[in-house]
Design a protein around this ligand. Structure first.
Ligand code: R2B
Ligand code: URA
Length: 305
């Protein structure tokens, strides 16, 4: 990790409490997290656990059979698992939640003296002219105005940060062969699921017409946007400031050119999400096999709470 970009004020804290994770800097974080290579984040607690279990399976790591895989730290906000070189953690919905997680995970890895982790968001999204079940690998995140910037208000003024992701990581993810379509595209990150994503099925009467929406979809598609979700710009901006290589891999749950409601059967939606997880798992296996230094742990870490 490039410590030159980290907050110098952290040195003045006798103890840094990572409040939302239920961990702090006096703990032996190095022995648990020091060998982390991949930090994989998804919205829900269940999917973080699911991904951790699949990671153990594909890397051939054993999970203590008497206790199963247990989350590390507290779980009222996020659920965090460590399996071999992989952290699987939930980030909740939206940029404020993602921001809290990114700050605390980054500090955690710093205190753990972790060398060069990659951060990957594995999410769900609405496609723009992309079929459900496809996976979009983000080439750049854009905001709800289709601009590649993340706006952050500090001390009453607006600050801007670019939203580029790691081009090499995106290329490596796209290189993995899968049985479902994997496409490269820009990802629009919004602060709302309903009107912020141009839906007509929110609770309130939208202040736009179907014709206006159609024009917006055309413009977005023309600018290279292939999916919409709610964390990408914040995630990309944070990782770019922190100089941590970042990738965003999202399953498409529905094509927004065809509708608003996420109404495929739950088993079908779960299959779509599995596709995004599978692409990242295949990437991790590929990287782990091609880099022996990644094979540092032999067991899935199951911490007590
Ligand atoms: C995708 O799905 C969630 C909303 O349903 C949100 O977290 C996102 O980015
Ligand atoms: N997540 C979103 O943010 N939007 C969608 O349409 C589907 C999933």
């Amino acid at each position: 990790m490039d410590i030159s970009v980290l907050n110098p004020h952290l040195q003045d804290l006798p103890v840094d409490y990572l409040y939302h994770l239920g961990l702090d800097s006096t703990m032996d974080l190095k022995s648990i997290f020091g060998d982390t290579k991949f930090v994989c984040m998804g919205g829900s607690n269940e999917r973080a656990k699911d991904f951790a279990e699949k990671t153990a399976e594909v890397l051939g790591l054993s999970i203590p059979h008497n206790r199963g895989l247990k989350p590390i730290g507290k779980t009222d906000r996020f659920s965090l698992y460590k399996v071999g070189p992989v952290i699987s953690v939930s980030h909740g919905m939206g940029m404020p939640s993602m921001s809290i997680l990114l700050n605390e995970i980054t500090k955690l890895l710093h205190y753990a003296e972790c060398a060069d982790p990659l951060f990957i968001r594995i999410g769900t999204s609405g496609g723009i002219g992309v079929k459900p079940g496809s996976v979009v690998v983000t080439e750049q995140a854009v905001n709800a105005e289709l601009e590649p910037v993340f706006e952050h208000v500090m001390l009453g003024s607006r600050k801007y940060c670019s939203t580029n992701v790691d081009a090499l990581l995106a290329a490596q993810l796209l290189n993995i062969k899968e049985s479902f379509p994997v496409v490269l595209g820009k990802t629009m990150g919004t602060d709302d699921f309903y009107e912020g994503q141009a839906r007509f099925d929110g609770a309130l009467d939208p202040p736009y017409s179907p014709k206006e929406r159609e024009l917006f979809w055309k413009l977005a598609h023309l600018r290279g946007v292939r999916n919409i979700e709610m964390e990408s710009t914040m995630f990309a901006a944070f990782c770019s400031r922190a100089r941590i290589p970042a990738g965003i891999v999202c399953a498409v749950l529905l094509d927004r050119l065809k509708g608003d409601q996420v109404n495929d059967p739950p088993s079908q939606l779960a299959q779509y999400s599995d596709n995004a997880q599978k692409l990242v798992l295949d990437f991790i296996v590929h990287q782990t096999l091609s880099s022996p230094s990644s094979k540092t742990s032999t067991t899935a870490y199951a911490a007590t709470r």
